[in-house]
Design a binder for this molecule. Sequence first.
Ligand code: 26Q
Length: 777
Amino acid sequence: MSYNCMNILRWTEAKLKYTYDVSLREANAQELHEALGEAVMMAISDNWNHAKHTRMPARKAYYISAEYLIGRLVYSNLYNLGILDEMKQLFAQRGVDLAILEEVEDAALGNGGLGRLAACFLDSAASTDIPLSGYGLRYRFGLFKQSFDANGSQKENADDWAKFGDPWSYRRYNHTVKVQFPDHTVLAVPYDVPVIGYGTQNIGTLRLWQCEAEEELDFNAFNDQDYLRALTQKNKAEDITRVLYPNDSTWEGKRLRIKQQYVLSSASLQDMLRVYKTTHGTDMSHFADFYCVQLNDTHPAMSIPELIRLLMAEGLDFEQSFAVAQKTFSYTNHTVMGEALEKWNLDLLRSVVPEIVDIILRIDEKLKREHPELFIVRDNTAHMANLSVYVGTYVNGVAEIHSQILKDDVFHQWYQAFPERFQNKTNGVTPRRWMGLCNPELTQLIKYRIGGDFLKDLDKLNNLKPMIDDDLVRQFNTVKRQKKEQLCETIYKREGVKLNPDFLFDVQVKRLHEYKRQLLNALSIVDIYFRLKDGSLQDFQPTVYLFGAKSAPGYARAKAIIRYINRIAHMINNDPDMYDKMKVVFVQNYNCSYAEEIIPAADISEQISPAGTEASGTGNMKLMLNGAVTLGTLDGANVEIVKEAGMENNYIFGATVEQINAARDSYYARGIYDTNPRLHRAIDTLVDGTVPTDDDQRELYHALLDGTHWHKADHYFLLLDYESYLEAKLCANQDYGDKLAFGRKCMMNIASGAKFSSDRTIRQYAEEIWHIEPTQF
Ligand code: 26Q
């Protein structure tokens, strides 16, 4: 069946008429979004129902994740249905520009990489007919909206993403489940979001739980006191899914966070058990033959004791339940940094989920009987990663180097006990959103050369390699220039900064964190600036340095780095000597939709974490696929990117994991500062008044050079890598002078990007972890 665009248009018009009494032309963005969304939901309903109710495959996989960073759905849904262009045309014929929907909020139910990965996986599973459903939480407020004040400081605003309605989900009250806490019971109400595959009839489901109070407000039955108590209960329930925690990579042991995690775990498993019973009866011992669950980090790890609890309530004993759980779950780790691994104080945990604690203790006893050298509970603390390795079939890292570090380091003892459990699944990104949708110009160019639909089979990109000649490179450069012009327009509109699309675009977009070393990038820019001013740097290709990043609201150092970069930008952008040489811009509210505009315009992709800290990175893949060269360390997926695309087509610098480990104890940051006058001068701008300074910037300065009571100086080795970074950065800048040679490197990256499709990743999960096959409906 193909979709009838005229019908969708008519339904949209009808909905606008009866709900808002407006015509297509009169409708504002929100009204149009709701009406068009509803019309598309009608159009897909047959296929969606069909996909849900057709005979169950032998085994289905479920992805449980506390985050899904799905972004704006309207364009990607039309795109995956194959009707975006036709719908644009139909609307245009009626005087409506579908670009008006760019005003619609992103659904940012995630922080960064981990949440976006979950969204890419669902897209890939649907597009390759792999039977995978998602479970998550429907936060009322997604990741905060960011703006900068006159000081250059980050300000956070609530992201009430569904305040104008959410046409992309159906509330399924009939599948509501109850979740028990010692002092109250809450309802978890599911909202189902269709996951529309590309080039297939298949439509998957993302089921998001929203917490509500159990008792309906009955105005007649209540006296004043009961009424107020009922309202308190209502708030208490709704509080649980009110807000997404805005931390990324740092762990915070908050009570409400336990509740969120338990609701996600319990509601999802109750839902699976309900369906199991309707199809397979009451003998629960075969549960794992039909269900397997992937845990997206340890955020949903309470699912493990919760399944055991539910199975025991159905009559299985502990050992039987344990065996089923072990066959059901696998766990993906997304970080090597100790401070990010979840560990809960047992008393706190017991006060919120007492039965879960009892089961964790039983699991821990069993473990210690079998392996006295290992532990889940130690010092009255439950280590959720250890629980997930023990009661799971497989554990995987998200890039080769990361998976190796898990075996050598983070889970070394576990690896010795259970070597067969450890796997790697290198991350990927969906080429539909990250090429087709965000870069139709490049997609068109590639399609013209290699024919067929490479977005369904990214391996076809390899066919480009022998075709990369001057002609193709020129066409690529023309596309890149177009994407820069488009981005310049957006940035002028949103940030008020005029950029020149003839400049080199050097881009670092990702969450703000010390380990990602945005400060290293900034210091190098200051150094280059001074060198341009004093004339010691010649032949410099004019460059835009672009940053996009949100900081966790309570992360003072990260916020100081944002402020510092904004102040640097202000100084440089207002220096007339720099007009034809460089611009620095830190865009506000970097999110999925902004990424879709920035990434296609980038020439250089900054991936500069110290080796051994970034688990994978996925922005690096998106930038590669859009023809940016990587300026990066041998960390995360960068290692595999340059293995595919060639060292000679990228700019690799800095210490390797081994060198970093060797430097760890002997390293003396101040020694480098004292002997490198240029770096010295750049670092001094944190405190010497070159740009407005403040206490937090001074603290950054001391953290770099003197350390603190818990960290040695320069914990993330900025000074260690500085010279080699600057050299690589200037080399890339020089190379940009030869547009054909540089464009060829970019094209080599695109042509080598096949591995980084999440279609490949999800196929490997299906084959090597879940042991399931694609199923046509
Ligand atoms: C935990 C407890 C309390 C509050 C917040 C959190 C929390 C939330 C989100 C901890 C971590 C995250 C997100 C982590 C994340 O995004 N990791 C990234 O995952 C990507 C996908 O695998 C990798 O590519 C990145 O390297 C990794 O940093």
